[in-house]
Write a protein that binds this ligand. Structure first.
Ligand code: AMP
Length: 315
């Protein structure tokens, strides 16, 4: 039986379905979570469909998460979307349901769930949720709001259809979603907009980025640097793609200091695959977008050296 049919069968069996996504969400995490919720609600109005995880004000335009009691998990089907590693799942109760399904597009480094549907070639988990709908179109109904959410997820994870993960199929899915009753340009506009503090931080990034001869680049955003910008940790995500706009930059790391003094590494590349390097530092991710955490500034030096070597070797 095709995996999409198996997933649909499980959804049909349960009265309560709880959908989780990863911590520190991005538009694909929320778009695939809430988009799937809309799809299930639109198709089976009698089911209770709940979305778990912390609510972020900046993502209110994509919907709101639900208050869920421990009791509600007891007989529930739990679906975790867009989350490769179990420690990254937002809300630890994801293991307390009756059954667990993983739907994701990251490399399947941490296998979990009774059913796993993982397609690392897919641009986004939102694209996969559309594929799930498409495979069972005769039995499912996607409301326009669901289409808007999935479109937002695809736009987010493809960098507005710019990254190499954007396949002909991605564009086909986007064009089908665009036939629904919502404004694609409004979604594009919201995802592209930044507020003034972020504009100022963008200027800082361009001003202070260290660009090495190899094409590796890096920047440390310490708490001291970030403090005057009055931004939350989440806001740094909007500046992560910026170094890639510079022609000479091939792969880059932005180190964001955390409250405990450690540094979250946000690693990106236009060519050389950097996820193995992220793994060496206890992280992981996609070949061109990964992350990890290092303890202190000494480890930053080691990481930059390794990144420089990797990029130089690939030149
Ligand atoms: P981010 O820079 O947080 O957007 O992360 C980019 C990608 O790297 C994510 O999609 C994750 O798959 C992966 N990633 C980031 N941080 C970690 C981590 N600490 N451990 C494993 N994977 C990570």
């Amino acid at each position: 039986m095709a995996i999409q049919d198996q997933i649909l069968n499980e959804i049909k069996k349960f009265k309560t379905i709880i959908i989780h996504r990863h911590k520190r969400p991005d538009p694909d995490a929320i778009g695939s979570q809430m988009g799937l919720a809309q799809l299930i609600k639109g198709s089976f109005p009698d089911k209770t469909v709940l979305c778990a995880g912390k609510q972020y004000e900046s993502f209110a335009w994509l919907g709101t998460t639900d208050e869920i009691t421990d009791e509600q998990y007891k007989d529930a089907l739990v679906i975790v979307v867009d989350t490769a590693n179990q420690p990254r799942v937002d809300d630890e109760r994801y293991t307390t349901g009756k059954e667990l399904i993983k739907i994701d597009h990251h490399p399947n480094d941490d296998q979990f769930g009774d059913i796993m549907w993982v397609e690392p070639e897919s641009s986004s988990t939102s694209e996969l949720i559309y594929d799930f709908f498409d495979a069972n179109k005769d039995q499912l109904t996607l409301p326009a709001e669901g289409a808007r959410l999935l479109y937002a997820g695809i736009v987010g994870d493809t960098g507005r259809f710019m990254y190499p993960s954007t396949s002909p199929h991605t564009l086909e899915v986007a064009s089908k979603l665009a036939t629904y009753d919502f404004s694609t340009s409004e979604v594009n506009k919201i995802e592209d907009e930044i507020d003034i503090p972020l504009a100022r931080l963008s200027a800082y990034v361009y001003e202070n980025l260290n660009i090495l001869d190899s094409g590796a680049a890096y920047l440390v955003l310490s708490n001291k640097v970030l403090e005057p910008f009055k931004l939350g940790d989440e806001s740094t995500s909007a500046v992560v793609p910026l170094p890639g706009k510079i022609k000479q930059v091939v792969s880059w790391a932005i180190f964001v200091e955390q409250k405990d003094g450690s540094f979250r590494i946000r690693l990106r590349s236009k060519g050389p695959e950097i996820n193995e390097l992220a793994k060496q530092y206890g992280g992981g991710g996609h070949p061109l977008a990964s992350g990890a955490v290092v303890e202190d500034e000494d480890h930053i030096k080691d990481f930059v050296k390794d990144l420089n070597d990797l990029v130089a070797k690939n030149k």
